[in-house]
Ligand binder design. Structure first.
Ligand SMILES: [Zn+2]
Ligand SMILES: [Zn+2]
Length: 162
């Protein structure tokens, strides 16, 4: 799937489950700072369809296939845990124009912003990066807490960010 837009430039709408909308304005502001060509806006809160849940967790793949509206880049912040394939608990996932992040995994503040920004980086066309960079993959909260909340020079160049 292609995002169909030029790298780094587009609009992103943020949604949450009911109860999580308080986190959205700060997230939108933080993401706009990290991705200067991205216009961010808060959409609102909506319930996640029960069909996306398996064993009490949200299946990230199902969610990204079925819940994302057409034609918009969307970041969903869900309250519960996300599962993906063999992984019982993931921080977030992105596919095509949609990304989803788990507040149960990321909590609040810097880690939540970092996890959200990493997935938005994927929406913007960035792959994983081995540098001291937001696009470095992490597999634990401890690693997420020490990952820099910034893109490295190489990733910034890919998005034409000065
Ligand atoms: Zn990633
Ligand atoms: Zn990088």
């Amino acid at each position: 799937m292609s995002t169909g837009s030029s790298p780094g430039c587009s609009e992103l709408v943020l949604w949450s489950e009911p109860g999580g909308e308080g986190a959205l304005p700060a997230l939108a502001a933080g993401l706009a700072e990290l991705f200067p060509a991205l216009r961010t806006r808060v959409g609102g809160a909506a319930a996640v369809p029960p069909a996306s849940r398996a064993g009490g967790k949200i299946d990230a793949g199902w969610f990204l296939r079925e819940v994302m509206p057409e034609g918009l880049q969307v970041l969903w912040v869900v309250e519960g845990e996300l599962a993906s394939g063999v992984h019982p608990s993931i921080a977030g996932a992105a596919a095509g124009r949609g990304a989803v992040v788990s507040r149960a995994w990321a909590g609040e503040g810097g880690v939540l912003l970092g996890v959200a920004a990493h997935e938005v980086g994927h929406l913007q066309g960035l792959a994983h990066c081995g540098g001291r960079c937001l696009m470095r993959p992490v597999h634990s909260r401890a690693a997420a807490r020490t990952r820099p909340l910034r893109l490295c020079r190489r990733c910034r160049a890919k998005l034409a960010i000065a």
